[in-house]
Design a protein around this ligand. Sequence first.
Ligand SMILES: Nc1ncnc2c1ncn2[C@@H]1O[C@H](COP(=O)(O)OP(=O)(O)O)[C@@H](O)[C@H]1O
Ligand SMILES: [Mg+2]
Length: 294
Amino acid sequence: MTEKKEWDLEPDFDTLMKGEKSHEWISEPRFKKLFNEVEHGLQGVMGKGRYEWVDRRVFDQVFDSSTLLAIHKLMQKGDIETIEYPIARGKEAHVFYATSNQGPVAVKIFHTTNAVFKSLAKYIDGDPRFGGLSRRHRELVNIWVRKEYRNLKRMRKSGLQAPMPIAHFKNVLIMEFIGEEKASPRLRDVSLDDPYDVFIQLLDIIAINWQSCNLVHADFSEYNILLKNNDIWIIDVGQAVTNQHPNAEEFLVRDITRIVEWINRQGFDVKVADCLVRVLDDPVPILSPLPGGD
Ligand SMILES: Nc1ncnc2c1ncn2[C@@H]1O[C@H](COP(=O)(O)OP(=O)(O)O)[C@@H](O)[C@H]1O
Ligand SMILES: [Mg+2]
């Protein structure tokens, strides 16, 4: 409730969204102060001069006016100091390397104006029956962010290595940066001396997640696993659901199948059924909770 109240003091979303395509709102006097404050922290992803974005597409896709307001708020708290460069760009979100008053962080910014949404919008804007849709769409994204934040916490409580969630606001999620100078590679990007050992650890993670944490990742694959030195980190947990979900078992089998396919591509002959028995029935170690978990 308090979050909503604070937010309502900010300029109205829909007024902002109207001027958004041309970025005209940026030069409107009432937003000038806000933009000047954010601009400094965004120099890494923007050009030097005003409006000379390094990558105009990134700016258009990610930094719409409502997102800039959210970033402004997070900057005021010190959760973000500067946003330096994109680590990854996906259809639903961009992930940036950023700095905060606690040091380096990863900032995942979900698109509120993705291509699909934009193409739909032209059929919806101006049709009074769908007046509330853009607001609902944004609300859905906000719920998604909250879910990823909570799932990260929950996994860490069971001792699973997932990035420590730091803050979230609207469509922006801030979490521990996994990497040294550069972001750690995905499992997909490395070649391993002993892939089978990693496979066994991955199966343990799925089992602990299911049995102790009562969650299923639901998008577990070599794309959503990072390797930092020899440590395995699980990311991208927004879609994870509890094992009470009506499709939980189906998701579990799919997660297991993906990593079985991964290990079998390296010349092994692992059976999904054996792994499923292990995940469901074999006792799992009780790990100590990690900081930031609850
Ligand atoms: N906490 C993090 N630290 C370092 N890199 C990250 C972090 N979170 C995500 N990434 C990088 O960003 C990419 C996309 O993030 P992810 O959460 O998987 O989003 P998407 O939904 O777009 O797949 C990952 O593949 C990884 O390379
Ligand atoms: Mg991913």
